[in-house]
Write a protein that binds this ligand. Sequence first.
Ligand code: ATP
Ligand code: MG
Length: 274
Amino acid sequence: MDVIKRFRAAPGKKVDLKDWDPDETLGMDRGDAEARLADNAQAIGKLQHRLFAEGKRSLLVVLQAMDAAGKDSTVRHVLRDVNPQGVLVTSFKKPTSHELARDFLWRIHRRTPRKGHIRVFNRSHYEDVLVVRVESIVPKSVWEKRYRAINDFERTISESGTEIIKIYLNISKDRQREKLMRRLTDPDRAWKFEAADFETRRKWDQYMNAYEDAITECNTDSAPWFIVPTNKKWFRLFVISQIIRDTLERMDPQLPPLKIEPAVAMRLLEDGVD
Ligand code: ATP
Ligand code: MG
């Protein structure tokens, strides 16, 4: 099964989220998906090691979703076997006054991955055409120009060696209710809960429209969007780990050539013995 193809939004085609089933599991069972996740997580760890050694390219994973869809747990599970030195996660919150004093991409560009690294954006520049649009934080004349700015920006970083994967965690409104409820009743999760979560939930349809436009307008071959069924956690983790693994395998990072002949190194080591 080619997961990358199955969940890639078709470029040039208007996205309708009603065509994407958040409960999809492709007939897989949980045990199978968990075994595949474990295997993918290890493979991602090994591939990142090579990416770091090569030191020429990087990977940016953008995660976007409605509240409580599971962005945090995705990062925790999918990247659990990556050397912590090789991966950075940035969560984008409401911009500070310092950030608002610049263009909307300023805070984003400063956090793109350095060569050899994987960087995850937990929310991203897409908030500037999602929440900003739905909440009318800026007028339409401003946000509608941002799709082009985003495409230009993503092309720029892609041309300088950053592979980009953008993932929309597609949760249903009913499933979100269950997860928000769990947040409310589980003491380990309740602290995450805020009134704003209700506000965004109330505007669900407007958010879906904004997501459909963002995915449609900014879905290029160098920065593709994936729409991942998210109601079943185990399936979401399997799919996202597979997309990241396949992307890294396609990049095929290479260990650099040896800096010293092994025989020479051996002689130097032996010289040091006495
Ligand atoms: P969780 O799912 O755990 O609640 P979160 O990603 O929602 O995590 P929060 O701290 O709850 O994290 O929320 C961050 C908030 O910042 C979101 O409501 C998001 O819409 C908002 N935000 C991010 N970027 C922007 C932006 N450019 N303009 C306005 N609001 C933004
Ligand atoms: Mg939140």
